[in-house]
Design a protein around this ligand. Structure first.
Ligand code: EPU
Length: 441
């Protein structure tokens, strides 16, 4: 047996965690750095498998990307020599499709593989492709090869309103527009904090991006030049994972550095269920168990709503809370892979059908009336969990199963540990520092 975690549950997890840089900011900022005229330095880059895969992919294209120290990455895109993204490497890292931006700027044409569906849903990029076309990019898909061919027709300029918000879709069109030819207006954009980080990174290098609510205006500039090293903010998903681990185990945790603002929806829900939440200064939050938890339902939605990445953690908290709660997933069409696994540990969870008046509007994925969806679960708690053998299907589900194992009675085996390591730096070390019994095989 390899690529597994062995976890002995039942300890109260207590302590402090220094959060790592945000995965979903780092990946896009690293790609955007390829568009800079000079060498770019990024600090607080998380040492996770997704970052490793991306670096590997970029070096196959000719970029120089090296860690200067443990978390400081230097990126030099000058040497980009290929306009074709390698299919095998791209298949390992979904954000590879964001390479449209640096490759089109450098070569005016490029070949990028379709990222395709994944374990959390079909994940088409139709809105992104339509947006690229609206901005003056010719783009065709060859279903025989699985590659998109893109070409800048004449000028990058124009207006695009996303029919539904998309996080990476907003980021990619921003990246395509900063070095464009004329003004670009993007409407109905996503509001995720990682997008703010990308905008800050680009504006500090001379870009002219203005964000007003869900409208973003980009005036093109001739070049992007970094003056000072850029630091990635902490990972809000990592924060929520550890807050849930500590609270579900009846322990407590100090998390830093983290801006309380970006966790506001989560912290409000934590208070509602009876957990202790204390903002200490500007960048430290304490979460703690303060007596029996009360059940509370959530529905996921893009920022500033209750994030889809947080609902698997919420499910664990709800197995420990008194009463019945419902989790309604609106963002991805397949984000309950953990349910069958949690049932193995004794959790009382069922799929339920919640009537929705206008599903095409209510859900953020492309809803089809002919498809069968499992978008909601009901959890009854509190329920003692026991150990078991669990299989990880996707990143957040993986962290959730590890959390379940940490509060369960006895020993558990979590197969697919490397999926967790795609997005969590030093997971084993951090859990151990809180008093959790975990080892990797
Ligand atoms: N969608 C389409 N067509 C598009 C674009 C999106 O149908 O052209 C659908 C998606 O399939 C999804 C919904 O619209 O059902 C929202 O997708 P969005 O584009 O907003 O998500 P994403 O950009 O693919 C990012 C994060 C996710 C995070 C979501 C929501 C990265 C690399 N990924 O995904 O993170 O859950 O935003 O904030 O930034 C994770 O870290 O585990 C993760 C999945």
């Amino acid at each position: 047996m390899e690529n597994a975690f062995i976890i002995k549950g039942g300890n109260k997890l207590k302590g402090s965690i220094k959060l790592s840089g945000a995965k979903n900011a780092a990946l896009k900022i690293i790609i955007a750095a390829l568009m800079f005229k000079n060498k770019v330095t990024i600090k607080n880059v998380p040492r996770i498998k997704d970052v490793e895969e991306l670096i590997h992919l970029l070096t196959t294209l000719g970029a120089e990307v090296d860690f200067h120290d443990r978390h400081t990455l230097e990126i030099d895109g000058k040497g980009l020599k290929s306009n074709k993204v390698d299919l095998l490497h791209a298949s390992k890292i979904r954000v590879s499709f964001m390479l449209f931006a640096p490759l089109l700027h450098k070569f005016s044409t490029c070949y990028v593989p379709n990222p395709g569906g994944c374990r959390i849903g079909a994940r088409p990029i139709d809105r992104i492709i339509d947006g690229m076309k609206s901005l003056g990019i010719r783009i065709e898909y060859d279903s025989d090869t699985g590659f998109y061919y893109a070409q800048v027709k004449s000028k990058i300029q124009g207006y695009y309103k996303y029919p539904k918000v998309t996080h990476t879709g907003t980021e990619l069109l921003i990246m395509l527009s900063v070095l464009g030819d004329d003004k670009v207006i993007l409407d109905n954009t996503a509001l995720e904090p990682e997008i703010d980080d990308l905008i800050r990174f680009l504006n500090l290098a001379g870009a002219r991006i203005k964000q007003l609510g869900k409208k973003i205006t980009i005036l093109p500039v001739k070049e992007l030049k970094q003056k000072d090293a850029f630091e990635i903010n902490s990972d809000r998903n990592e924060a929520v994972t550890y807050a849930s681990i500590a609270t579900a185990s009846k322990g407590e945790i100090m998390l830093s550095p983290i801006q309380p603002e970006i966790l506001k929806t989560f912290t409000a829900k934590m208070k509602q269920i009876g957990a202790e939440v204390e903002n200490i200064g500007k960048s430290l939050i304490r979460f703690g168990y303060a007596g029996p938890l009360k059940a509370s339902s959530v529905q996921t939605s893009p920022h500033p709503g209750f994030m889809t990445d947080w609902q698997p953690c919420w499910a664990i908290l709800m197995t420990q809370a008194k009463g019945e709660s419902v989790i309604h997933e609106r963002v991805f069409e397949n984000r309950f892979s953990y349910v069958t696994e949690l049932r193995k540990l004794g959790a009382d969870i069922d799929f339920v059908k919640i009537p929705v008046k206008n599903p095409a509007e209510y859900f953020f994925f492309n809803f089809s009336p002919d498809k069968k969806y499992h978008q909601a679960i009901r959890i009854r708690g509190p329920q003692d969990l026991h150990g078991g053998v669990l299989n990880v299907a996707d990143l957040r589900a993986g962290a959730t199963l590890a959390t379940a194992a940490l509060i369960a009675d006895g020993e558990s085996v979590i197969n697919g540990a490397s999926i967790i390591e795609r997005g969590y730096e030093n997971f084993v070390e951090k859990v151990r520092s809180l008093g959790g019994e975990i080892k990797k095989l």
